[in-house]
Design a binder for this molecule. Structure first.
Ligand code: HDD
Length: 749
């Protein structure tokens, strides 16, 4: 019996150990003491269902609602139910054969809940997967009346809009601040039918013919074997393609410039890229290019800021957009058009208007303002709106038509086609965010996910059974007009016009239009990206393209790569620079820009803190107090602590204290020199970075000591003032130029 007793001892000892581990009981477990922490919300009676949770509506031409009757809407009632509306008493426990038994197949609630969850994700967009959307309003100026009959451009006309900004290459969860083109797609819900302006923040495209779109995207996306790098063009396949395919060089130099890393969606221009055709009341036509001009001017991140943001705040642009809207600093753009006569050649000043790798410099054709866009509401539900929104260049109201740009022509096919898989069938325009605000009577029937309960028996024309309805409209009823443009009698060919062969003159125009500091950034970007390529032949081939753009650009990048600079293989064009392409030299309003205010721990006197905070708000900017700890300082809320603040989120920094390092502070950086300052090293790092990123910095009182410690006192754009108010005044003046440009070393003329 001895061995049996031994086993019993061992089992009992183990049970005692387990009991030790299990006591005290887990909070909330049966028999445990009630939690001592206050509940975040007090339990209350169920609230009535929210209005906006109703099912989508479908309207007829008379405005009458069809589809599901109002009383059977999707989300209503106080009680949790199954998808079929049966009330549930428990959604936390699956139905089991006894508390320790297997789950029963008959648990219909379990299967409904899990099955729906299993299918929550839909395919991400093949390009532009990462995006952020917002609602707003567009107001026409009436200035375009002479050239288009489009009603939404008439003076004072207000049209609801939804805008989705995006990066192109990355997956849906990728970082916002990567070097890439940005999408800027706007859905205008006009009374005359939806108009989608599916634009980018770069006015030219990589390719001239849509048939090459899969090629450029395959080259830009991660390598098929290891699926890296994510959301980057700094890899062999991208540079392989653009160096072999030199029409991409114009778009590529824009990507390598500061335009590739915008400060904010609010500080981007937008471009319709293609030339469109407008039609006025008299049936006359002009050719136009669409532009979005941001109220805040074009403003970009520095490369280092972009990289820090990708790590510490990958949602940098999304957060910035939503914070600005919620702070009441509504982002604004003006819509502008460059207008060209509609001639048979479809050229302007020798520039082929059908070539999407060409711009028309604003100095040759000014951008005429035709209306204003204000974004004033964030989505209620990100998936329902931002993910399910579906844009298409063929969504055109009367007054706007397309041209024969071969890229545009191909896009007219691709957008509808892609939604069929992404949104699961042909009825995606019935999804609430995609519903036109104009009456719809379209004879399109059935298909997956049909929401409308169409009445009538005759969805065909002509018919006598539905009284002939729907009727076709004529000019008087504002019907869409396909402009009877002459289509050349020509042989079928797979060929481009000869004018499409010029791949370099406008790349050089862009380069020559840059300020020295912007040129410097372009050189660094090419050197970084090509430095990330493994294949020598690809680097050499791209250097050849750079030689055909500019000898200085080529020589600088070649030096960085440790390769010889080749000679140009073409005669370099000498275009007049276009100052409108540079983002340096202007002054812009302060709306929604973010000013960090460094203070000490609560109890330290920071004279003028409350006043300067109010003054920042009054100027339309957002003040964020940065303190050694959370909670409050001088009765004011602390928004960032030294542990959470990082320089990239502030447009300018004010320093009102020189807080000493906390005895237990974790050094802000690894080098011991940083930790040795008598001011908290995290403040020194903040100032050091803000200085490197050419941001305005101001200090008063004890704060001037922090400037000394950071070694930046007395340098350009660093203000030491008598008072908080004086510091703010000078800093705000500096902010108007976006950055203290003179702080960047410019080695290139
Ligand atoms: Fe595109 C999405 C802009 C060329 C095919 N494109 C997409 C979006 C933007 C653009 C902003 C995101 C829309 C959203 O937020 O939902 N695309 C452009 C611009 C182009 C361009 C400005 C050149 C001037 N695109 C282009 C070509 C093709 C496509 C040549 C195909 C032949 N684009 C698509 C697409 C996407 C798309 C695959 C992916 C998701 C979607 O359409 O709805 O159809």
């Amino acid at each position: 019996s001895k061995p049996v007793e031994k086993i019993k001892d061992v089992v009992e000892a183990a049970a005692a150990k387990v009991a030790d581990v299990l006591t005290p009981p887990v909070p909330g477990a049966p028999g445990s003491a009630p939690p001592t922490v206050a509940e975040p919300t007090t339990p209350h009676d169920p609230l009535p269902a929210k209005k906006e949770q109703g099912a989508p509506e479908t309207r007829t031409p008379t405005g009458a609602v069809t589809g599901a009757p109002a009383e059977s809407k999707g989300q209503q009632g106080e009680y949790l139910t199954t998808a079929q509306g049966a009330r549930l008493r428990d959604t936390d426990h699956s139905l089991k054969a006894g508390p320790r038994g297997p789950i029963l197949m008959q648990d219909h609630h379990f299967r409904e809940k899990i099955t729906h969850f299993d299918h929550e994700r839909i395919p991400e967009r093949v390009v532009h997967a990462r995006g952020a959307g917002a609602h707003g309003v567009f107001v026409g100026y009436g200035t375009a009346d002479g050239v288009t009959r489009a009603g939404f451009l008439k003076k004072g006309k207000e049209t609801p809009v939804f805008v989705r900004f995006s990066t192109v290459l990355g997956s849906r969860g990728s970082a916002d601040t990567v070097r890439d083109t940005r999408g800027f797609a706007t859905k205008f819900y006009t009374d005359e039918g939806t108009f989608d302006l599916v634009a980018n923040n770069i006015p030219v495209f990589f390719i001239q013919d849509a048939i090459k779109f899969p090629d450029i995207i395959h080259a830009g996306k991660p390598h098929p074997d290891r699926e890296i790098p994510q959301a980057q063009s700094a890899h062999d396949t991208f540079w392989d393609f653009v160096s072999l395919h030199t029409e991409a060089q114009h778009h590529t130099i824009w990507n390598m410039s500061d335009r590739g890393i915008p400060r904010s969606y609010r500080t981007m221009e937008g471009f319709g890229v293609h030339t469109f055709r407008l039609i006025n009341d008299a049936g006359e036509t002009v050719l136009v290019k669409f532009h979005w001009k941001p109220k805040l001017g074009v403003h970009s991140l520095t490369w280092e800021e972009a990289q820090i943001a990708a790590g510490v705040d990958p949602d940098f642009h999304r957060r910035d957009l939503y914070d600005a809207i919620e702070a009441g600093a509504f982002p604004e753009w003006e819509l502008g058009i460059q207008v060209f006569p509609d001639t048979p050649e479809e050229t302007f000043a020798g520039i082929d208007l059908l070539d999407p790798t060409k711009i028309v410099p604003e100095e040759l054709a000014p951008v005429q303002r035709v209306g204003k866009l204000v974004l004033n509401r964030t989505p209620r539900n990100f998936f329902a709106e931002t993910e399910q929104v579906a844009f298409h260049l063929g969504h055109l109201p009367p007054g706007i038509d397309v041209t024969n740009d071969p890229l545009l022509q191909g896009r007219l096919f691709s957008y509808v086609d892609t939604q069929l898989t992404r949104l699961g069938g042909p009825n995606y325009s019935q999804i609430p965010i995609n519903r036109p605000h104009a009456p719809v009577n379209d004879m399109l029937r059935d298909g997956f996910h049909q929401h409308a309960v169409h009445a009538g028996v005759a969805p065909y024309r002509p018919n006598s059974l539905d009284g002939g309805n729907p009727f076709t409209a004529g000019d008087k009823e504002n019907a869409f007009l396909d402009v009877p443009v002459r289509v050349a009698e020509a042989p079928k060919v797979r060929q481009n016009p000869a004018s499409f062969d010029d791949h370099y003159s406008q790349v050089r125009l862009f380069w020559l239009s840059m300020s020295p500091v912007e040129k410097e950034h372009i050189i660094r970007a090419y050197t970084f990206e090509l430095g990330k390529c493994y294949e020598q032949a690809i680097k050499e081939r791209q250097l050849q393209s750079l030689a055909n753009i500019d000898p200085v650009l080529c020589a600088e990048v070649a030096t960085g790569l440790g390769l010889p600079a080749p000679k140009p293989t073409i005669e370099l064009a000498e275009p007049a620079p276009s100052p409108a392409l540079s983002q340096v030299g202007g002054e812009w309003p302060p709306d929604g820009r973010i000013v960090g205010i460094v203070v000490g721990p609560d109890g330290t006197d920071v004279p003028g803190l409350a006043e300067v905070r109010t003054a920042i708000q009054t100027a339309g900017m957002v003040p964020l107090i940065i303190a050694p700890h959370g909670g409050k300082v001088g009765g004011l809320p602390v928004q960032r602590t030294f542990a959470t603040a990082r320089s990239i989120e502030f447009d300018a920094i004010l320093v009102g204290a020189a807080p000493v390092p906390a005895p237990d502070a974790i050094p802000a950086r690894d080098d011991k020199a940083g930790a040795a300052t008598s001011v908290d090293p995290r403040v020194v790092l903040l100032l050091d970075e803000a200085w490197r990123h050419a941001k305005a910095i101001g200090a008063w009182g004890e704060g001037t000591e922090a400037l000394q410690q950071a070694g930046i006192a007395g340098t350009p754009g660093v203000v030491a003032a008598e008072s908080a108010a004086a510091a703010l005044t000078e800093v705000q003046q500096l902010m108007a130029a976006h950055r203290v440009w003179e702080r960047f070393p410019a080695t290139v003329a």
